[in-house]
Design a protein around this ligand. Sequence first.
Ligand code: SF4
Length: 313
Amino acid sequence: MTAPTPTPEPDYNPMQQAVLDALGKSPDWVPLPRSVVDTVRTRITDELADVAGRYTPDKALWVSKQKLNTVHGCEAQHMAARDTFEWNPNIAKGTVLHKAVELGVHWRGDTVPADIVDEAIARLADSNHNIADYLAALSEGDRAQLRSYVVDMYTRFEECFPRLKPAWRPVTESAARYEMFGGAIVLGTRSDLTLGTADQKVIIDVKSGGLHASHREDLRFYALVEALRSGMAPRRLATYSLAAARADVEEVSEGVLQAAVRRVVDGIRTIVALELDGREPTKRPAAHCRWCPLNTSCAEGIAFLSRDIDDDY
Ligand code: SF4
């Protein structure tokens, strides 16, 4: 009897192969015991029990990665930016890119980046997503600029990522939440891309720019929420920079989940102090000053932004 002809493996370019190597499961990988998730759940519940009564399901505290980033970044910016949100080209680019990735992952047949991006813009503009009004009001020039940028980024995504197989269970824009204290405190996430089954999930954030330390904190928060809601820790976390064609990868360990608990608890306690108890916010000038609504009136921010560029080197 002749042996069956093996199915040829697709040829991956070096960037795609690096993604496969970074996300693949090593043969000796074992999942974190579920008792670890129970321990983490008990700890975060115990450490927030005394502030949980400050919120109710009707007036819940919603905790997102953005909220944690601002409150751990500059408290004054956190207070100025809360409850206000304005679309700008930077945020819009990311939203359209993520929509394009979502469509591209599920697109049947060959893809043409410009077509995928046009479809992404059209679907967002015709949706009840709150970017719709922003897109509708864009001038023709701004729309062309947005399209040009996202086509560039989406093309890089296709160059860097292997075509995702259905068997890898790719899910894009995956929302997860964990409700605590009957819904008084809600931890919420939306992952760009997840791969794998619930007991060995890989959570991936796709960035158009470079890699920063805060990206690891974002994904640790995602891992915590996923573990708490499912009772199973994800396997691995990866931030992928399209600009650098490189992934920052971290295995999910008990230490990773405990670090996320510490950051969430500290963040929530700071939010309570600032938003409910009226503590004076501190200012921490840094790169985030560029996007701060106070950056034309805050002396510290103005000083930071007016530094000689050579100060950064
Ligand atoms: S400009 Fe900078 S230092 Fe000032 S409030 Fe904004 S982020 Fe903070």
